[in-house]
Design a protein. Sequence first.
Length: 291
Amino acid sequence: MRVRVPASSANLGPGFDCFGLAWQLYNEMEFLPASELKISGCPEKFQNENNLAYRAYLTTLEAAGLPPEPVEIRFLSTYIPVCRGLGSSSALIAGGVLAANELHGLGLSPDKLLLIAAQAEGHPDNVAPALRGGLTVSSMENGRVLSASFPLSDKLHFAVLVPDFELSTELARSVLPAQLSRQDAIFNVSRAALLLKALETGDAALLPVALQDRIHEPYRTPLIPGYDRARELALNLGAAGLCISGAGSTLLCFASGEDFAPRMAAAVAEEFPSWRVLPVLPEREGAAVID
Ligand code: HSE
């Protein structure tokens, strides 16, 4: 049985640990009954019992009251860049959860699958769009995940700027302050609400303010060498705004039109030749069993 899981960008500026958006950029995995664990198609260091897709698969069996079952996992395609803030670990977790439910006919509800995935990941902002697609705002409360889907205008275009270096979420979280002032909380709440409206209506004029953040970006941009120049290039080429995708290192550009990505790619090729620029389209459906 094959599953296809989309990449996602969490946070989207002010929506730290809550907002997420799925992309038409996927990993595909095949799960097969087996007599012992076998994992192929990914780097050797992930071909063991610590593999996130396998851990999530086992956790889902356990949640359904079943004992562990061996499985063979074949990674058929892995287009989601690893450790770059595009939800690669959430995609593995979402794939493992979905596959266990389907392969063993567990009949767990979509809400339960989301809860298992969010607990495995530690926060719901990537697993919600990975499983459900689209633009989501999620919150964990008393052992439940509340996740709502929000409309996304077709007028907006997006491109991701993927640096040539990884940024671990652990490191990117370690630099964040534990406390926030009331002023900063108000700053973020207002921007987050404006951002949802901008994404719904496609009103790019709201984005320069709506993408502002004071919870994480000011502390994380120093971890992304080249950030200031990349931002300048994107804005000079007409991007309406940009934010760090998830915990980074990728930057998500809110593009001005379909020609933004090729123009940005040309500029980036000059200054950051080993970075990649990918146009990305929102994925509306989320993780799916594809056969
Ligand atoms: N919201 C998370 C963060 C996403 O920014 O740390 C990364 O898993």
